[in-house]
Design a protein around this ligand. Sequence first.
Ligand code: FES
Ligand code: FES
Length: 161
Amino acid sequence: MSEKISVSLRVNGRDYTVTVAPNARLLDVLRDELLLTGTKEGCDIGECGACTVIMDGKAVNSCLVLAASAAGKEITTIEGLEQGGRLHPLQEAFMQHNALQCGFCTPGMIMSAKALLDQNPHPTRAEIKTAIAGNLCRCTGYEQIVDAIEEAAEKVGPKKI
Ligand code: FES
Ligand code: FES
């Protein structure tokens, strides 16, 4: 393996510098170096969405992003959503709607939903379904997830006129 490299990352508003292999993925750094294990490792090939984080405002599969290429970008993980000990409205809504069972897909689902609501505070159900199309859930059947995101949108976004 070639020599390790130093990578500086900004995650959940904090700056980190890690020394990693040049081919280390963002997912590896988040989980193994920063111990932010809320981001899940599923398929490793960009198919399941369990590893979804937000990078510079866009939902990305962190298993497909080299850590080095994430340097200087603003990264948010599920751990970055609570503010002052309060859960994000998306997290609250997922609990209220029973939008999770085993919970493995949940961080990725919520990060995809957050990226959507940041761009489009009042999505239609179809837009919500499109936004989470890359996130697989084996437990819930998706309807409760869409319901939860719809409700969170009511709380997060400005009212439509
Ligand atoms: S682990 Fe990244 S998409 Fe499945
Ligand atoms: S809640 Fe189990 S995979 Fe979605």
